[in-house]
Ligand binder design. Structure first.
Ligand SMILES: *Cc1c(COP(=O)(O)O)cnc(C)c1O
Length: 233
């Protein structure tokens, strides 16, 4: 099933890239493997997927122990300071930095490991209460400067989640806001290349709006069973 899903997804990505004049090689597909186990990840990896996203710190730690550096791991969930230690070894990119305190903690562990941790800032681009991330431009620019002052952190771009809605205009607005924010920060002298946006239900709009990383789960692995532990899947 994963093979067929992937084939269909890749076709859709390529079609949309052509329609919006983008090169699909400029877009990295991050397969969101949360709730899925070793077998599913292995299967996707055998089909050429190199990047996997997890949103829970301990789950990433445990999967990393099993699978290691054979694939690139992305941490995409809300990250509590006290859980940085679980993700820092595994994560090639942390998508969800949203405070100075968290950046400092990541920096501290990165320095211990002699690692420069690539990160994105998580931005709240919708009015939904449940969405995480920074909203105010001044705060965002302050945090971006702070990241650049830390030797264990390399700030590469921004991440967002669109609102959960059928209204395409609202989704598009959320993604274009992220792109505009990146452009504004770059005018201020930052060098942000990455826009992590677009999931199963909205990746085509994200491609139109300049996404460089798509975080896609169910379209690849099928629906998640939230009542099951990934170890027994
Ligand atoms: C689960 C998750 C995704 C992927 O969701 P799908 O709808 O299954 O593609 C993307 N980003 C984040 C932050 C997630 O938690």
């Amino acid at each position: 099933m994963i093979a067929e899903n992937l084939q269909r997804l890749k076709e859709k990505i390529i079609t949309r890239c052509e329609a919006s004049n983008r090169n699909s090689n400029d877009i990295r597909l991050v397969a969101v493997s949360k709730y899925f186990g070793f077998d599913a990840i292995g299967e996707a990896n055998n089909l050429g997927i190199t990047d996997f996203g997890e949103n829970k710190a301990q789950e990433l730690r445990d999967k990393y122990q099993l699978i290691g550096d054979k694939v690139r791991w992305h941490f995409i969930g809300t990250l509590q300071k006290n859980k940085v230690k679980y993700v820092i070894k595994a994560a090639s990119l942390i998508h969800s930095v949203d405070s100075i305190a968290l950046a400092d903690e990541i920096n501290k562990y990165a320095e211990k490991l002699d690692k420069i941790q690539d990160v994105l800032l998580e931005i709240k681009t919708s009015a939904e209460e449940t969405k995480a991330g920074l909203e105010q431009e001044e705060q965002i620019s302050t945090l971006a400067s702070h990241c650049n002052s830390l030797s264990g952190i390399n700030l590469k771009g921004l991440m967002t989640m669109a609102p959960f809605t059928e209204d395409e205009r609202l989704i598009r607005k959320s993604f274009s806001e992220l792109r505009n924010l990146r452009d504004k920060l770059n005018q201020q002298g930052f060098k942000l290349t990455e826009l992590s946006m677009g999931m199963t239900n909205d990746f085509e709009i994200a491609i139109d709006e300049g996404a460089t990383m798509l975080r896609i789960g169910s379209a690849i692995f099928g629906p998640r069973d939230y009542s099951k532990d990934w170890r027994v899947l």
